[in-house]
Write a protein that binds this ligand. Structure first.
Ligand SMILES: Cc1cc2nc3c(=O)[nH]c(=O)nc-3n(C[C@H](O)[C@H](O)[C@H](O)COP(=O)(O)OP(=O)(O)OC[C@H]3O[C@@H](n4cnc5c(N)ncnc54)[C@H](O)[C@@H]3O)c2cc1C
Ligand code: SF4
Length: 488
């Protein structure tokens, strides 16, 4: 009889077909690199909660490394795991391998779609539309619900003027139990003994660690935040760290929530007249579109994609302020707040990840592989599969345009429009020269100056590069940014 070995991304019912199970908590995984405390806590809590739920049906081992349990076994069966390293291990052991689960589109369906593209680009928009047609999500016959595929012009609005928060009810938080207390004590002990290196604050566990908690988090989001999701998808308010986001990436990536159920639940809200189409479409696009797209690209682009590209020749080591999440040492208000939130919770929303933290790193030429691994270790929802397309591709343009056609670089004007950060900052988003020159605005021009040779043939960069060439004080701005003392 086979035993189903489940991994940390496979902790929900979707990965349980009723037979005996094997679950291994291996300390070596936490030992590899410094890891955010909230992330280590969440993973251990989810593993131990699953072991408790499965009771007699699971062989649960708490060991140093997987091989202590798996070497020599010939009874293992797995749902194909989510990283190259894990796939190598299960193949080496000769485990029986079932197709992966936990995404809206299967690997087989993606491969079939990719072949229809010939040698053309695998565009998110094409993949997303194909998924909608294949699954019938938000479709009316052959046409998209409401007649449009995309509601971006309704979505992505700036935050309401002079608001401190969106005024939505506080999300429903998980209640910690004895398992969490035991995890916290273990982490304290291991850290004190020098076994593991934890970064970030110890706070209440904010993300779901069981299927039941994940279901409750989904229901709470649908009831209180889905309606505003689209409108404020890209907006940021200092006093509202969740905005209308779902906080569901961590439970989905742990395998606790089936993303198909998530998008079907959201689509049903539109069908029942309980949520506006623009918001529901924006949310479905994030999951059935983006989440699946980066998962399939992880396999499609190959294992070398993470380390094999550095198109903008970015070689600066990650600074201490990032490594230690030392927000207090950062003067730029937007970055201080984003790194501070990350330090506190192991989470930041998409615009903080892309347009504040990622944009800062891009402008300053941080090593993309170091940044990729830092994101993986510091975010509660970070996994090996989710990061390369997001960091190497979208955020840092290290792949030279495979994932995104142009770098996500912007000056302070974008941050000023979409957040309330600039009002409380000692810098001025409109200034590129002088003691109050915004490091994003000046950094944008210094970045373009540095990467101009690499981007000269990119037609989407023609306009920004023409702007650079017209800049009367180009040399002064570049010199100023070269001399800027790190984060000040
Ligand atoms: C530099 C960078 C790093 C990121 N790191 C991660 C990560 O470690 N783990 C992770 O799951 N997502 C990551 N994302 C994508 C996205 O920022 C997070 O999924 C989202 O902020 C999580 O919060 P939420 O669940 O409240 O999302 P919501 O805003 O509520 O969005 C709903 C869901 O859409 C999915 N989604 C949206 N965009 C993406 C995307 N680009 N890639 C994958 N899923 C997406 C997520 O599953 C998310 O839960 C990253 C994006 C960037 C630009
Ligand atoms: S002025 Fe510049 S550094 Fe300050 S918050 Fe705005 S964008 Fe960030």
């Amino acid at each position: 009889m086979t035993v189903r070995w489940i991994f940390a991304g496979q902790l929900g019912e979707l990965f349980d077909d009723g037979g005996p199970m094997l679950l291994i908590e291996a300390k070596s995984v936490l030992r590899r690199r410094p890891i955010h405390r909230a992330k280590a806590h969440l993973i251990l809590s989810a593993i131990r909660h699953r072991a408790a739920e499965l009771g007699d049906r699971v062989e649960f081992h708490q060991v140093e490394s997987y091989s202590e349990v798996t070497t020599g076994r010939d009874d293992l069966e797995v749902v194909d795991p989510t990283s190259y390293a894990a796939r190598r291990t299960v193949r080496r052991l000769g485990a029986r391998i079932l197709p992966s689960r936990g995404f809206v589109t299967t690997e087989e369906e993606f491969a079939a779609w990719a072949t229809t593209r010939g040698n053309g680009r695998l565009l998110l928009e094409d993949f997303y539309r194909d998924t909608r047609m294949r699954t019938g999500l938000l479709m009316e016959g052959q046409a998209p619900a409401g007649g449009q595929w995309n509601y971006d012009h309704d979505n992505r609005q700036p935050p309401p003027k002079n608001a401190v928060s969106l005024g939505l009810p506080d999300p429903r938080w998980p209640v910690e139990d004895d398992i969490d207390a035991e995890v916290r004590a273990d982490l304290d002990r291991w850290q004190a003994a020098g076994d593991i290196r934890l970064v970030g604050d110890d706070g209440p566990r904010r993300f779901a660690a069981t299927g039941a908690e994940a279901g409750a988090a989904l229901a709470d989001f649908i009831k209180t935040r889905l309606g505003d999701f689209g409108t404020y998808e890209d907006a940021t308010l200092t006093g509202d760290w969740t905005m209308a986001h779902s906080l569901l990436s961590a439970p989905m990536n742990l395998g606790l929530l089936d993303p198909r159920h998530v998008v079907e639940t959201a689509a049903a809200e539109y069908a029942n007249g309980n949520a506006p189409l623009a918001s529901v479409e924006g949310f479905v696009r994030q999951i059935a579109g983006w989440r699946d797209y980066v998962w399939h690209l992880y396999w499609h682009l190959g294992e070398d994609y993470r380390t094999g590209h550095n198109a903008l020749r970015a070689t600066v080591d990650l600074p201490r302020e990032f490594v230690e999440l030392d927000a207090a040492a950062v003067e730029a208000n937007c970055l201080r707040h984003s790194i501070g939130g990350l330090r506190e919770r192991g989470w930041a929303h998409h615009i903080q990840r892309l347009m504040v933290i990622g944009n800062w790193a891009l402008q300053r030429g941080y090593d993309p592989v170091q940044l990729n691994d830092w994101f993986t270790d510091m975010f509660v929802d970070g996994t090996p599969w989710v990061m390369p397309a997001n960091v190497i591709g979208m955020s840092q343009h290290a792949d030279g345009g495979i994932v995104a056609t142009k770098p996500y670089a912007s000056g302070g004007a974008y941050i000023d429009r979409m957040t309330d950060y600039c009002g409380g900052c000692r810098f001025n988003p409109k200034k590129r020269l002088g003691p109050d020159a915004c490091p994003y605005t000046a950094g944008y021009w210094a970045f373009l100056d540095r990467v101009e040779p690499a981007l000269r043939t990119n037609h989407r960069m023609a306009q920004p590069l023409a702007g650079l060439r017209r800049l009367a004080d180009r040399e002064d701005v570049v010199q100023q940014e070269r001399e800027r003392d790190g984060f000040h």
